[in-house]
Write a protein that binds this ligand. Structure first.
Ligand SMILES: [Zn+2]
Length: 510
C-alpha cells in the first residue's frame, strides 16, 4: 500500500489530470482538492508529479489505498473508483454549458467529440474493460456482419451476488436509465453513476437526455432516454422523435428497439433509443426492390437487401418521410399472412417494428425492420427467433443491434469455445454421457461438438480447429439473422413480402 505522502501526490496528479482531460476549471480546483482531502481525511495537499498512465499510475494506487485502509471493501472497487472520479468531473451543468459553447462555435460534431472524450477520460466508459472484448468481422450472404464476444461487463462473483441479495430494495432510481442516475452512488445491485453526465435534448417537443453507453458495443454508442420513466413504445410520435434526433445529430444514427419482449431489448420499462456512428452493417446494403407511392412522389420506398425484412423509406422532406414511415408502422401493426406464419395478434399484439433513422446529406432514411414475437407449441422461444439448437451461441432476445448485423455474444463463450476446440484437437475425449450431463457447463454445446467432431474428426491441428469453430459461430450468427426475418429469403417469403408491399402498403412497383 502507498503511504499517505504518496497518496497526496497521487491525488494532486488526479486533479492535474482532471484539469487537462476533464475540463475541470481553475475556479473549481480548490473546491475539488478540499473534497478529496476530506474524503481521505488528509490535512494538506501535495504538488503533482509526473505520471504516464492514468489508470495504473493514478487511479489504481488510490483505489488500492482505499481498499487496504478499509475505506471500501474489495468487492466495491468500481464503486469507489467511480466515487473518486465523480469528484473531479465537472458538475452536470458545467458540462452542458461547455457542450453548448462548443456546439455554437465549432458545430455539433465537435460537441459530441468533447462529450465522448470526457466520458472515456473519467472512466464512465471503462476502455480498460472494453478493450478486452474479442471482435471480428465475417462476410456473409448479404454483406459483412460484426461479432463481439463481450468481456467488458465484469462478472459478479458469488460473494457479490450473495451480498447484493441482502441489500434493501429502495426502488430508487426506478431503473438503470432514469435521469436520477446522474450522480447516484450505486451499490452492488445498481452501478455507481457519479461520473455520468448527460446532455438535454428536445425530441418531438419532449425533454430527453443524451448519454453514451458505458458498454460501447460500437463506436460512439449513444443512448437517448426519455426524462420520464415510461415504457418503450414505438408510435408515430416516436418516429418523429427519431427524425428530430438526426436533425440535431446528423453524424449519428438513432433507432428504437421494438416494444415487445423477445424482439425488443433488455429494458422495456424505460423509453429509450440507441444510436451512434453509422457503422452498423445493415446501413451498407442497397435495395432489393424499389416502389413508388402515388401520393408521395418524392419519397422512396424499398426493400433493403438484408437478412431480415426491412422496409426502407427515404426522402428529403422530413414530414413526408415521417408520414410514410407512420403508414408502414400502422399497416404492419395489423398485417396477417398465415401462409408465412405472420399473425399480427392473438390475445395480445405480436407484430412490431424496430425503426432506425439516419441522415445522409439532406436525405432522411428510416429503416423499418418488421418483427413478430409470436410463439407456438413447436416454437416456444418464438417463431421468428433462433431455435434452441443455436442458444449455446446466443439465448437472449435479438434486439436492435443484432438485427442490424452486429452480434454481442456472452463472455462465457471465450473459454467455452476454447474447450470446444479441445474436442477437435483430441485434447478432450468425446464422451456423450459426460457431455450431455446438465451439470457440465459444456452440455449446452453438445450438439455443436458432436457435429464438428463428426465432420472434422478429433485429430485437427489447432489452427484448423480455430477456423472450424469461428466458421461455426459466423454461420450461427447468419442463421440467427435469418430466423428474425418475418418474410424469409426464399420465393414463398419474398412473394409474401411483395404482397405486404402492394396490398398492405398500397405501393406500386417502380
Ligand atoms: Zn427509468
Amino acid at each position: 500500500m502507498i503511504n499517505q505522502d504518496t497518496l497526496k501526490i497521487k491525488l494532486a496528479d488526479l486533479v492535474d489530470y482532471a484539469k487537462k482531460n476533464l475540463s475541470l476549471r481553475i475556479e473549481d480546483e480548490s473546491f475539488v482538492v478540499n473534497a478529496l482531502l476530506d474524503l481521505f481525511k488528509l490535512g494538506a495537499p501535495a504538488q503533482a508529479e509526473d505520471y504516464k498512465d492514468f489508470q495504473t499510475d493514478i487511479v489504481d494506487p488510490i483505489v488500492d489505498y482505499a481498499i487496504e485502509s478499509g475505506m471500501a471493501k474489495p468487492e466495491e472497487r468500481i464503486l469507489f473508483e467511480t466515487r473518486l472520479l465523480g469528484i473531479v468531473t465537472p458538475m452536470p451543468s458545467s458540462v452542458v454549458d461547455k457542450f453548448d459553447t462548443i456546439a455554437a462555435n465549432k458545430g455539433i460534431k465537435a460537441a459530441t467529440d468533447f462529450m465522448y472524450k470526457l466520458s472515456i477520460a473519467n472512466n464512465y466508459i471503462r476502455m480498460v474493460d472494453i478493450k478486452k472484448n474479442i471482435k471480428w468481422e465475417h462476410t456473409g450472404k448479404f454483406g459483412k456482419i460484426g461479432i463481439t464476444i463481450n468481456l467488458s461487463k465484469p462478472e459478479k462473483d458469488p460473494k457479490q451476488i450473495a451480498m447484493a441479495k441482502l441489500l434493501p430494495k429502495t426502488g430508487y432510481p426506478s431503473c438503470l436509465l432514469c435521469p436520477e442516475n446522474v450522480g447516484f452512488a450505486g451499490n452492488l445491485n445498481h452501478p455507481a453513476r457519479q461520473t455520468l453526465r448527460v446532455i438535454p435534448v428536445k425530441l418531438g417537443g419532449e425533454n430527453w437526455s443524451l448519454q453514451y453507453s458505458p458498454y460501447q458495443y460500437y463506436t460512439e454508442h449513444v443512448i437517448a432516454l426519455s426524462n420520464e420513466h415510461r415504457p418503450m413504445n414505438v408510435t408515430s410520435d416516436a418516429l418523429f422523435r427519431l427524425l428530430d434526433f438526426v436533425d440535431l445529430f446528423p453524424h449519428y444514427f438513432i433507432g428504437s428497439n421494438a416494444a415487445l419482449p423477445i424482439v425488443g431489448g433488455s429494458i422495456l420499462t424505460h423509453d429509450h433509443y440507441q444510436g451512434g456512428s453509422k457503422v452498423l452493417p445493415m446501413f451498407e446494403v442497397g435495395e432489393r426492390k424499389n416502389y413508388t407511392l402515388p401520393k408521395f412522389k418524392n419519397v422512396k420506398i424499398a426493400i433493403a437487401n438484408w437478412y431480415n425484412s426491412v422496409v426502407r423509406v427515404s426522402g428529403k422532406n422530413k414530414f413526408e418521410v415521417h408520414e410514410v414511415a407512420s403508414m408502414v408502422l400502422d399497416k404492419w401493426h395489423d398485417w396477417t399472412d398465415e401462409s408465412v406464419g405472420v399473425i399480427s395478434k392473438t390475445t395480445e399484439q405480436h407484430n412490431a417494428i424496430t425503426p432506425i433513422a439516419r441522415k445522409e446529406g439532406d436525405t432522411y432514411i428510416i429503416d423499418m425492420i418488421l418483427r413478430n414475437n409470436r410463439t407456438d407449441e413447436a416454437h416456444p422461444f418464438g417463431i421468428f427467433h433462433p431455435e434452441e439448437r443455436l442458444h449455446n451461441i446466443k439465448k437472449e432476445g435479438i434486439g436492435i443491434i443484432e438485427v442490424m448485423g452486429l452480434f454481442i455474444l456472452p463472455g462465457r463463450l471465450k473459454t467455452e469455445l476454447e474447450t470446444v476446440k479441445e474436442y477437435l484437437t483430441g485434447k478432450q475425449n468425446l464422451n456423450l454421457k459426460e457431455l450431455s450431463n446438465p451439470e457440465n457447463p459444456m452440455s449446452k454445446h453438445a450438439q455443436m461438438i458432436v457435429q464438428l467432431v463428426n465432420d472434422h474428426g478429433s485429430n485437427c491441428e489447432k489452427v484448423f480447429a480455430d477456423k472450424v469453430v469461428t466458421d461455426y459461430v459466423n454461420n450461427a450468427c447468419e442463421q440467427i439473422l435469418e430466423y428474425t426475418a418475418v418474410f424469409k429469403n426464399d420465393e414463398k417469403g419474398q412473394n409474401a413480402f411483395e404482397k405486404f408491399m402492394l396490398e398492405g402498403l398500397g405501393v406500386k412497383e417502380a
